[in-house]
Ligand binder design. Structure first.
Ligand code: 1QQ
Length: 405
């Protein structure tokens, strides 16, 4: 036991804490009007299984960048709007942020299915959008103001199938399942099915379901007699987790690849011990060694007591892109001298032209075009991708993503 009295220890602790906080706290001029960035993600419905992780990532980013001086000394403030799980909810949230909160830009929505409905509204209003998790084909092509920090299915999905072949080199027989009412799942299954052909595997069967389904007996009993060695699933977390659970309960023993909808530990309570072994490709690794990722990882762990997941890292990255682009713009043209419409338009160009050192690694944006050749938004350029394997404890109460590639 230390002999130093508690009160003295408390003072010493407070002093150290102050020394850590003070230099950075001085950087933001708290009396100034904050710059408002909108976050429109799912805080309710099953889609909140992803959205909750996104809110945490955005909250960590808000505190993190304000501690480092915000936008050249001006604090940022995040305005949240719950999109729920559908298109109407996303449209409402976008309208609230654009017209009532007067945000400079929006991070959101959660699903590609929602983005195809809500993004055109922001694009027409001239408000920059950064998609934190929309991976379907065609997202930046929605319009000039639309960006994403979530690498598309085309870059990610094939990696998990290649990993499955590394685990079982004799693998030939593949069945595919996808949610037909979800734009991301439809897009991702297209890539998975193409990958199966490219790798000269045999596509035995394709089964469809709805993201609202809870019983997959019909599809499973259609597929299992074909004796697949690999089953590839494109769906969201609740439906996908239930499908995996039922596949195992029906006796399926082969490999399972899950798409981006499986990229959350919120899947674990759904399939519990039966989640074990699922392969999932990822656009983020908490093990990625860089200063910014180290800082993000530490901040996340201090708050959540576990390693940060992809969706939190992508949300953090989206806020980082806004903050850094706003800071550069402010140095060229003071933000306070611009009306909101001008600021939003200038911010769009500044986002497009920047390079960002993020927890996802170094990223930038590539200009895209619509089908008719007119200029559209920014597609992420990212260098690193990973594959993880879900490992569950025997009682199914604990689990984690272990990186295998
Ligand atoms: C999309 C996705 C989902 C899995 C995000 C949560 O990738 O909708 O594009």
């Amino acid at each position: 036991m230390s002999k130093v009295p508690f009160s003295k220890r408390l003072v010493a602790f407070a002093l150290v804490a102050l020394m850590v906080v003070l230099p950075s706290a001085l950087l933001v001029r708290a009396e100034e009007e904050p710059i408002v960035i909108g976050v429109a993600v799912a805080q309710t419905t099953n889609v909140a299984l992803f959205g909750q992780e996104q809110v945490i990532g955005a909250q960590i980013a808000e505190a993190f960048f304000n501690e480092r001086g915000g936008v050249n000394g001006r604090p940022i403030r995040i305005a949240y709007a719950d999109t729920g799980g559908d298109e109407a909810g996303a449209i409402n949230a976008f309208q609230t942020l654009i017209n009532r909160e007067n945000v400079v830009g929006i991070l959101g929505p959660t699903l590609s299915q929602q983005a195809f409905a809500a993004d055109p509204i922001a694009d027409q209003a001239g408000v920059p959008v950064i998609a934190p998790s929309n991976t379907a084909r065609g997202i930046p092509q929605i319009g000039r103001f639309i960006f994403r920090v979530s690498a598309p299915v085309t870059f990610i999905a094939p990696n998990a199938v290649k990993q499955a072949i590394k685990i079982n080199p004799d693998l030939k027989r593949v069945a595919v399942f996808y949610a037909q009412n979800d734009a991301f799942s439809v897009s991702e299954t297209g890539v998975f099915q193409q990958t199966v052909k490219d790798l000269e595997l045999e596509l035995l069967d394709v089964q469809t379901f709805q993201t609202t389904d809870t019983d997959f007996t019909t599809q499973i009993t259609n597929v299992l007699p074909l004796e697949p060695e690999l089953i590839i699933i494109s769906g969201l977390a609740a439906d996908g987790g239930n499908l995996v659970r039922q596949l195992r309960e029906f006796g399926y023993k082969g490999l399972i690849v899950g798409g981006n909808g499986f990229n959350t530990t919120n899947l674990f309570p759904v399939c519990q011990a039966l989640c074990d072994g699922i392969l999932v490709a990822q656009a983020y690794s908490y093990q990625y060694d860089s200063e910014i990722n180290q800082a993000f990882r530490e901040a996340y762990k201090a708050q959540q007591g576990k390693e940060p997941p992809q969706f939190s890292a992508q949300a953090f990255t989206g806020i980082q892109v806004f903050v850094e682009a706003l800071s550069r713009l402010d140095e060229r043209k003071p933000l306070k001298d611009m009306d909101l419409a001008t600021l939003r338009a200038e911010l769009r160009d500044e986002i497009m032209n920047g390079k960002y050192d993020t927890p996802l690694g170094p990223i930038s944006f590539e200009e895209t075009k619509k089908d008719d050749g007119t200029p559209a938004g920014g597609e992420i350029v990212q260098e690193r991708f990973y594959v993880a394997r879900i490992e569950m404890s025997e009682d199914g109460k604990e689990g984690r993503f272990t990186f295998v590639d």
